[in-house]
Design a protein around this ligand. Sequence first.
Ligand SMILES: [Zn+2]
Length: 308
Amino acid sequence: MRLRGVLTLFLLVGAAAHAQPFPEPRTQRINERVHVLLGPTQHANPLNQGYMINSTVIVGENGVILVDSGGSAEVGRHIARAVRGITHKPVTHVVNTHHHGDHYLGNAAFQGAGFISSETCRTLVLETGEQWLKEMERAVGHALPGTKPLAAGVTYAEGTRTERVVQGVRLVFWVPRGSHTAGDLLVHLPDDRVLIAGDVLVNGVVPTLQDGFVKNWLGTLEQIQALGAAHFVPGHGDIMTLGEVAGLRAAMLRFYSGVKAGFRSGQSEEKIRKTLDLSMWERLERAYVIGRNVNRAYLEIEADSFDE
Ligand SMILES: [Zn+2]
């Protein structure tokens, strides 16, 4: 009897969560063919239901190239509806910028499209997809039965930049040395002066270094600044200017140099955290990752010091 009561309650809560409308993206038009769907920036929760990323809609000759598909099949369908508000052309290609579940678990809503990622992202999706799905279900508070981690069929290797014309649009698929993750893929549209960066760029959100490589990341940011692009689409937060990209790099460099100086003078992680000026990041969304960021940078600097 009691078990049935609990089950009923669970189902009701589940149904209520499903009935809740998704937050609508803010649509920003960069030019006639490039539109950005700016999603919520809070971590996955029952209110946003795992919708917490930006997606970019590139309207080509006969179809759409979509960059990043959301955190579940339902979020993917929500994004697909927003795409239909821009164009009636079908989504023919989906690009995954990296293997973090909030960016690609929505692939399941775009069956039939061609999926593109870095080679390493594909491997990581196969290895960690089920784990990311469970994590997402826990964060949103209900099961996501229609969501399956789908790995890309077309992949690019680390350290390559490949130019391709897709749906009449010139795209450069750029896989830098592991930066935000071991398998980032950035999409550069040289004719549009647009760079779509996944979480290698974030705006108004603390960058998550946990799966990252801080030194490589700083190098990638320098290369981003040299691209000649004018519009930089981050994984989370508003579209950035070149100046804002420079600001992010400066903040990350200050952070990295601070941890390095602390390490070299033999300070503990805890002590280092106290000596760093983190006031800028403490005000931002996801300030809870700062402790883990110190840890990751510390371990990376320690590992590098063995090679010196
Ligand atoms: Zn990420």
